[in-house]
Design a binder for this molecule. Sequence first.
Ligand SMILES: *Cc1c(COP(=O)(O)O)cnc(C)c1O
Length: 522
Amino acid sequence: MLFKASINKDMDNRYVDTRGNEASPVPFTQAVINGLADGGGLYVPETVPALGLLDICKLAEYPYRDRAAYVYRAFGIDLPEDAIDECMTRSYGDNFDNEEVCPITTLPDGTHMLELWHGPTSAFKDMALQCLPNFFAASAAKLRDEGKLDHGFCILVATSGDTGKAALEGFKGTDGVKVGVLFPDGGVSDIQRKQMVTTTGDNVCVWAVTGNFDDCQTAVKRVFADDAFAKLIMEQDGMALSSANSINWGRLMPQIVYYVSSYAELVKQNKIAAGDEIDVCVPTGNFGNILAAWYAKQMGTPIGTLFCASNENRVLADFIESGTYDISDRQFVLTPSPSMDILVSSNLERQLFELTGRNAGAIRDWMASLARERKFSVDDATAAKMASVFKGCSIDSAECLATIKDVLDEYDYLMDPHTAVAYAAAKKLRGKNPVLVASTAHWAKFGDNVYRAINGIAPGEPLPEQVAALTGCQLNQLIAEETNKHDIPAGLASLDEMEPRFDQVIPNDAESVEKAVQAFLK
Ligand SMILES: *Cc1c(COP(=O)(O)O)cnc(C)c1O
């Protein structure tokens, strides 16, 4: 039986935008369908619901899907209760390989590892992207019923690896939606490419694009900016272009759930007492996951400090220290944790909106400055607030790989490079509070760098010839034997046997991408 929220369910929450450009707030369903607000701002809920400590702890008595439904109801979303329940049952069922969905492993040093990679693509993006498509479909259906929507959607995703596969798995089979994913040709791992090109489903398509990730993303951005193309596919195919990136509130909200839920779980397992403060450490790229932890804190979860772990692309760690976000003279570095190789952290905009007491004027100025001069500085009060809640730390690539090896040797626990960055940062930043580390990918997604780590090969150094010749699956098998870790997820272990469905390579100009999209929509 479902646990009913003790909150005011009659009140639908509404969503305002961070740049104050929209005339009036919109309901949840509209925010999900719009993704980005008019004028480029991001949606945030008008009110952040408060949960009592007892309510939070009581969540531990229920399965994850009910905990999620509870948190969503607290946000007052404009969908009927049974629609929310149905979304949750579909989002967090046996598509995860662990009944708890995101179990916590506590290491002998007391660090609580929140394993967010038990979903179908073995990275934490599943926590949100198994859920967003269900909300998207339910929201579109509602708006259609209300006569506010009369077309379908073509979702285009440029990916450096993890997001593409998670979006394909999430949206495949979703009514009224087609999803196309573009990745840099030769720029993703063998495992990541095979994950994408073997995706089943009638409404999906995958292309390799010449050049690097930047070229791929630029081409897709140009397609989004081409109004004539948007008009054409609306007329020909009845579809609007949309994206599935982490600026959509429907992707952020599912991430709040696991921080609230983990707190309840730690109390239930007697690892902390109800009311004890924990610190949370998150390997950060786009600032989505760590922002979700901030919202969980804001809602009343006893979270103390948020540790923002960066790799060598340390713009966020520097911002937390200085109050200046500066990418005007910053080299983009390729690291063993590619999903954090990001210079513009889109979700920081939401955080600043919240920390300034929702000052849309300030956000507009800072974002304009970022676009114009590639940097901005916040005022002293905002910088002080940021530094009082967050601590930043940057871990270099050598330390990342050394951490994987140390933790394996000492605790017999094998981490992926993203998680290792967070673990290493937590070790440096921790104080009195117990620390919850967000573990964001299964090690077998990043086998080449895990192999380097356990064999003492420096980051960026080539693998030995016989090892380099292996497929991603074979390499993982080798690592499993060397480390005695035989927990490779089924979806990754079987990739060599799966039939690739997509092998098209397209040039990285907008016109070529548009042609490919048109052919797909036919
Ligand atoms: C996307 C991703 C991250 C970064 O998450 P953000 O929400 O963008 O900060 C970290 N680790 C892995 C494995 C990821 O796929």
